[in-house]
Design a protein around this ligand. Structure first.
Ligand code: NCD
Ligand code: ZN
Length: 346
């Protein structure tokens, strides 16, 4: 097959940042995606309905002319989040989920949750109204090895949390392990999991063997090859509980190529061609549309998009930009390390 047309895709986990960075990275997503779940880890974070309205307005103001892209907003869960504010935000239709960051787990997560007892009431409210909780699934206990933090989170935090709040709809964000895949598969239709493009491509050797590659460092960090293969199998399986969330997370090169580099891979620019490559390699091109355009919308109870996206394969490799310029500095576009022959042509 040399051409494939899909329903226009959705990115169910995206970092757009703010200001000059927002202005520069937004077109990289809106060129291909109709909607995206917008992560709230700004400084300060998007905590209240009012914060989400204001951020939504800034995103809409930054949209390229004529774009019909729709930001799907999230609230950042804190120990002070007010259930009534969450209810109002969901009822308005603007806010589609609440994001749980364990305090200290990742970029700008210091306002996250340490004492889960303090968020019980808001989680119960969310279960009642059917609003999904998006979960960054890593424990922050410094005695737990960073490569084990997702698996330990499932046992110590996620499973007990779901038992305490029956009916809560949960999205395990950016799963990176076979334990994450197995847990998602074992659950009912109130649980789903996003998978990033880069975790389908990278294992930890890519980050660490033969020189340290800061642009491959993200959180959760890529794991062993067997885990990457489990993610590939899940993404290409056609199981509706798995869908795309790119976790495209721009940081300037100055902050990535640093003694203490920031976590995040910037994949907005070339995600769809990379996914076509991955799905073709696994003989699953016919399942790409489910992963990028149908399963996520269904979980979020949204209609699939009307428009389409066409990917075409050519004999010559596609030339993606190495970097994009932003008013805040350059951002490196994710380089998979192999030639990709697919490109978006319509
Ligand atoms: C994200 C970021 O930079 O905001 N970084 C990352 O490595 N994925 C935060 C996150 O989703 O963990
Ligand atoms: Zn993220």
């Amino acid at each position: 097959m040399t051409q494939i047309t899909l329903r226009r895709p959705d990115d169910m986990h995206l970092h757009l940042r703010d200001g000059a960075m927002l202005q520069a990275v937004l077109p990289e997503t809106t060129r291909h995606f109709a909607r995206a779940i917008i992560m709230p880890n700004l400084v300060p974070p998007v905590v209240t309905f009012a914060d989400a309205r204001a951020y939504d307005a800034r995103i809409r103001a930054a949209l390229p002319q004529g774009s019909t892209f729709q930001p799907l907003m999230t609230l950042y869960l804190t120990e002070g989040t007010d259930p009534a504010d969450v209810t109002a935000a969901a009822a308005s239709g603007l806010v589609k989920s609440v994001k749980l960051y364990p305090a200290g787990a990742t970029t700008n997560s210091h306002s996250g949750v340490s004492d889960f007892g303090k968020v019980q009431a808001v989680l119960e409210t969310m279960a009642e109204i059917g609003l999904p909780l998006c979960v960054h699934g890593e424990v922050t206990d410094p005695t737990v090895d960073i490569f084990d933090r997702e698996a330990v989170f499932i046992d110590r935090v996620l499973a007990p949390l779901r038992a305490r709040v029956p009916g809560l709809r949960v999205v395990m964000e950016h799963i990176t392990t076979e334990e994450g895949v197995a847990y998602a598969r074992s659950a009912g239709d109130d649980l789903a999991a996003t998978i990033t493009t880069h975790h389908l491509i990278l294992n930890r050797n890519h980050i660490l063997a033969g020189g340290i590659r800061p642009h491959y460092y993200c959180l959760p960090v890529a794991k062993r090859e067997k885990h990457r293969l489990a993610l590939r199998a899940a993404a290409t399986s056609g199981d509706p509980r798995f869908f795309l969330g790119t976790d495209s997370a721009p940081h300037t090169d100055a902050l990535k190529e640093h003694a203490c580099g920031c976590a995040g891979c910037f994949t907005a620019t070339n995600t769809m061609p990379l996914l076509a490559h991955v799905f073709e390699q696994d003989g699953a091109l016919d399942r790409l549309e489910g992963f990028t355009s149908l399963h996520g919308a269904a979980f979020y109870r949204l209609p699939p998009n009307d428009g389409t996206l066409t990917l075409t394969k050519s004999a010559t490799p596609t030339a993606f930009p190495a970097k994009i310029d932003t008013g805040a500095g350059t951002v490196t576009v994710f380089d998979p390390g192999f030639p990709v022959h697919w490109q978006v042509t319509a």
